[in-house]
Design a protein around this ligand. Sequence first.
Ligand SMILES: *Cc1c(COP(=O)(O)O)cnc(C)c1O
Length: 390
Amino acid sequence: MSKSKFGTNTICTHVGEVLDEQFKGTVSPIYMSTAYAFDEVDIKRYPRYFNTPNQEQLAKKIAALEHTEAALIFGSGMAAISTMFLAFLQKGDHVVVQNTIYGGTNNFIKEELPKYGIEYTFTNGYEVSEFETVIQSNTKLIHIETPSNPLLTITDLRAIAKLAKSKGIITTIDNTFASPINQNPIDFGIDVVMHSATKYLGGHSDILAGVVTSSNENMEKIWQVGRNLGGNLSDFMVWMLERSMKTLALRVKAQTRNAKRLAKYLNRHEDVKCVYYPGLKSHPQYELAKSQMKGFGAMLSFELADGLDALAFLKELKLIKSAMSLAGVESTMVSPYLTSHALLTQEERDVIGISDRLIRFSVGIENKKDLISDIEQAILKVKTSKLKLH
Ligand SMILES: *Cc1c(COP(=O)(O)O)cnc(C)c1O
């Protein structure tokens, strides 16, 4: 674990800048070169080796934010996840995976790992005991995601790290939902942290990228596999990501503040059956979330009251966009029932608690009163049109 001497906003703004020696410009120049002189340095610089000036420098910002030693930047969150898995797993190994993880990760595990002769088991829940019971003698890695999508369950970072360390198992986490501003898993003993930078790190719904960060030793292993798989991000997009990350802390803090207010508002609403947000005292794991998160995040879910149709509600929204992706400065809502979890059977959805009236809400930076008015008018329209039908 390593800590920067700077505060979070200073890290976001300045750590890892590429200095413009020639013209003294304020922002980092972009090095698009795919060929670098061989003689002056003993490292061979090449974009696919993750070591161009822009890649190397931005990695320092990410490592500083996650309290780690090193980082690598990938072309997508999935490139980051797949490289991370393949760096630590070999034929004959077994991996334990939390059941409520991102759909793409779920597909990668089920569709690709068997081709490499790697076994996997999904847990039956997020409690530590659920992980413990499925560990085998050949388990090499435990992968978790907290807060989870879409019900915002919290996995105990300290307990998972302790369990894994006692058995010599490496732990990896998808920290996308929290962002480094709200959660630093390394501080609780988790070994490797990854993000879909497409979400909060990018923050404007216009960059597809991923990052992995850990100790120098772990990152060396990930680098070895990464340069073979070839999943680096282009230097132009690395530069875009650097630009976006300057406001990461400002954005995420504003979004988190908004989310807490919206969660409280929805929780009191007579047309809302329940709200899932770790920052509400009614969340069953509020205390655990408080003990491992710096802020409760800007993702929440809620269930509309019986009889209110989720799709009709989403269609009536005017300001809040109905969109699959998340974490941008603009607020978005989605029905997991109709999208991410559409392929599950009704029974499978019932087990994890995803009803057809569930809405996932990625809270942006708009004014709270405007978000509330939009929700109010949409609910009113859905209720009125229902009355007309009867
Ligand atoms: C979006 C997302 C991913 C995948 O990232 P891509 O950038 O789309 O490849 C992984 N994990 C979580 C939690 C995500 O939200």
